[in-house]
Write a protein that binds this ligand. Structure first.
Ligand SMILES: Nc1ncnc2c1ncn2[C@@H]1O[C@H](COP(=O)(O)OP(=O)(O)OP(=O)(O)O)[C@@H](O)[C@H]1O
Length: 711
């Protein structure tokens, strides 16, 4: 990945108070050594010759990597991140000197700059408190660096046994043709039946080795491809979660998921009988060499035939591919739409139109699939015919050599048998061309995916002080969701003191939710910035920041599982009492009663939630309150609630006063009235920010809201 992300310079003393002297003293030579180890010698020399003698801090290290178009992530010490690293990386411990580490299969090595050598280290030698500068991609001038191939290259250990087993099985696979030749030439032709037992014994032994090596290879291939697919899935999933929300929503999470599933398709390439056949393809060379040894120039015949085979199959494949079905995505979309709009459709009584549309698509789907199957059948038949033809032409040519007594009849029979060992994998390779193009697009997608920026690409090492309620400041925040729409926030500035309870109000679509999201850092302003405790939000480690901040979205998100599991998403180690207490504080007593006061009750039945949106919102709010955070951000926390639930929430707000900084959006007058401060937004801009305005001003805001809602 090429990192073009903004780097926000942090002094080391800011990130790790103890680091300035220790880490800072070593980072420049360390970076030079890293660049050399990455093969970027020109960059290393440039840095070495840099007139500026002073050393660099972690922020400068990040900007130098960015300057040299080196993709990297700063992550906390994490076993998975280390095990999946493909390049050497820098470890920055909290209270010791930084050093370079590289992974070699499952083992780790640290670079000793004094003697310029790698030395084995243990996983435990990397201090838990370290941050890692994981190098993800090198400048594009290093053409060999493609995320997929780089990961594949790191797994050579897995493929080595496949190579040796394939070689063994290819050599022992010669046993039957050679046995047949020996029987023809020595036993029948040479009238020497006494040699038969020893030839048969040799052939039987070779066959036993062949079977054993094939079986072992099938197992190794299956587990290798599974492990590789698992690796790719883990990588893409972690990547997906670390991407900025706006990037995810622009491309659509389902698209990303589809890419992830696509990357996993690599499994299908290597596993199964098809995979084994493809692996055998390079080893057909052994069969060619044997034919050449047995029959001399006769080997030219299968070579020419194979070229012809290739040309014919290429044309036939193209013809088959031109019929690949195009309707399936429309067909799938129709089914998805139907599932989404079923209620609307049934209530309008308009099912006939859909029936007709669906029947039409079904028919077209069948037609296209039939045509495709027909052409694929033709493809297979021609491939088979070409294999037969290759064998026949070899036999015919070989007969002349036998008649000339240039080769023995046994050698000719062995050659024909060996030809089947060549045409079999070739046939498979041609019939797998679709698989290859699918794999090619999966690999390209994976590479593109791994090049996308993540939140962690920036230098975000600070962890928030979670014990005290924070001060929050919005500084000229302007946020657009896309280039062609009006900004959701334009130049918003507001100050929030520690422990204040702040209501963000205004008409629908004025930017209230966007302001809350900007405060959690899940959406990033294109201009301006948000500070929390006087530090730019972008300086904080996003994971640590969001683990601290309690956020409740306007639309509840429930996950398949029990009530307790849904609540513990916010705090995995929460006790049952804490869960019940949080539900109570969120005003969810009546819901809990309706659920038989059972925390283990499953909220889903066959994948569908059993709760309404309002009921779900109690759980969502309880989840946020469970964190007992000093920063609470709630989007419309009491929309459509019953009076008892509202009273409970008002009570909770009262208890949070001074203990937590609370930001919430609401249209509810009673809740707004209890706030210390209001921020009134209109069309993304602040029209008022301060203590609750007098009744007339307040009424104006409410009127403007009502007008918008009615309008
Ligand atoms: N993910 C998004 N993609 C594109 N536009 C968005 C997105 N989210 C919000 N918007 C747009 O940004 C503007 C502000 O939306 P926002 O949800 O912040 O307003 P709001 O005041 O919270 O509205 P409401 O009171 O209806 O919840 C709206 O015009 C909305 O259409």
């Amino acid at each position: 990945m090429t990192n073009t992300a903004n780097i926000h310079p942090l002094s080391d003393s800011e990130t790790h108070p103890h680091n300035q002297a220790t880490v800072g003293a070593e980072l420049k030579p360390l970076l030079i050594a890293l660049l050399q180890q990455l093969g970027l010698f020109a960059q290393a020399t440039n840095l070495q010759n840099d007139a500026n003698d002073s050393d660099i801090d972690t922020a400068q290290l990040a900007s130098l990597l960015t300057k040299h178009h080196i993709g990297f992530s700063v992550v906390k010490h994490h076993k998975q991140a280390i095990l999946q690293s493909i390049h050497p990386f820098i470890v920055v411990p909290k209270e010791a000197e930084a050093f370079i580490v590289q992974r070699r299969n499952e083992a780790l090595e640290s670079f000793d700059r004094a003697c310029g050598q790698w030395r084995a280290i243990k996983f435990e030698d990397i201090p838990e408190s370290s941050h890692l500068f994981v190098i993800e991609s090198l400048p594009s001038s290093k053409q060999n660096i493609r995320a997929f191939s780089a990961h594949l290259a790191k797994r050579t250990k897995w493929y080595r046994p496949v190579f040796w087993l394939s070689l063994l099985s290819s050599i022992t696979g010669l046993a039957v043709p050679l046995f047949t030749m020996a029987v023809y030439d020595k036993v029948i032709g040479g009238q020497a039946p006494n040699v038969l037992p020893s030839i048969a014994l040799g052939a039987a032994l070779a066959l036993a080795v062949l079977i054993a090596s094939r079986l072992t290879r099938a197992n190794v291939l299956a587990s290798t491809s599974n492990r590789f697919a698992r690796d790719l899935s883990n990588l893409t999933f972690r990547r997906l979660l670390s991407m900025p929300l706006m990037v995810l929503s622009r491309v659509g999470i389902s698209n990303h998921m589809a890419r992830m599933r696509n990357a996993e398709k690599v499994r299908t390439l290597l596993s199964g009988p098809g995979g084994a056949g493809l692996v055998d393809l390079p080893f057909t060379l052994i069969a060619f060499v044997t034919i050449a040894l047995l029959s001399g120039w006769l080997v030219i015949v299968p070579i020419v035939m194979l070229l012809l085979f290739y040309l014919v199959m290429k044309a036939v494949n193209k013809y088959a591919q031109s019929a690949s079905p195009t309707i399936s995505s429309d067909y799938q979309n129709s089914i998805n739409e139907l599932a989404k709009n079923l209620l609307q459709l049934k209530s309008s009584g308009e099912t006939d139109g859909w029936n007709t549309k669906f029947a039409r698509q079904c028919k077209e789907n069948c037609r296209q699939n039939f045509l495709y199957a027909k052409r694929n059948g033709l493809n297979a038949a021609i491939a088979h015919a070409m294999s037969l033809l290759t064998a026949l032409v070899t036999v015919f040519t070989g007969i002349f050599l036998v008649l000339n007594q240039s080769i023995s009849p046994g050698a000719l029979i062995a050659c024909v048998m060996l030809i089947w060992r060549i045409t079999g994998p070739a046939q498979l390779a041609f019939s797998s061309s679709q698989k290859f193009s699918m794999m090619d697009s999966a690999i390209k997608q994976f590479d593109r995916f791994m090049q996308a920026g993540t939140e962690n690409s920036e230098l975000r090492l600070d962890t928030p002080i979670t014990e005290c309620p924070p001060a929050i400041s919005f500084q000229h925040v302007t946020l657009r969701y896309s280039a062609d729409t009006e900004p959701a926030l334009s130049g918003v500035s507001a100050e929030i003191e520690p422990g204040e309870n702040v209501a963000i109000i205004g008409p629908n679509a004025c930017g209230k939710t966007s302001l809350l999201l900007a405060a959690t850092g899940v959406v990033e302003a294109q201009a301006g910035y948000v500070t929390v405790n006087n530090k730019n939000l972008k300086q904080y480690d996003p994971e640590a920041f969001r683990q601290w901040a309690a956020f409740c979205p306007a639309e509840p998100d429930l996950f398949p599982g029990s009530l307790a599991e849904n609540l513990r998403i916010a705090k995995p180690d929460a006790s049952d009492d804490e869960l019940i207490q949080a539900l109570h504080a969120a005003g969810g007593d009546s819901l809990f009663n309706a659920l038989n006061n059972d925390l283990n009750i499953n909220l889903f039945n066959r994948g569908h939630t059993l709760l309404s949106a309002v009921e779900g919102s109690y759980i969502s709010l309880a989840r946020a309150l469970l964190k007992q955070s000093t920063l609470v951000i709630l989007d419309e926390p009491i929309a459509n609630r019953n009076p008892a639930a509202k009273a409970a929430l008002l009570n909770t707000f009262n208890t949070l006063k001074g203990k937590a900084t609370v930001l919430f959006t609401s249209h509810d007058q009673e809740l707004i009235q209890q706030a210390d401060k209001v921020i009134i937004l209109d069309k993304g801009a602040v029209v008022y920010a301060g203590p609750i305005p007098d009744q007339s001003q307040n009424k104006a805001a409410t009127d403007s809201e009502e007008n918008t809602q009615n309008g």
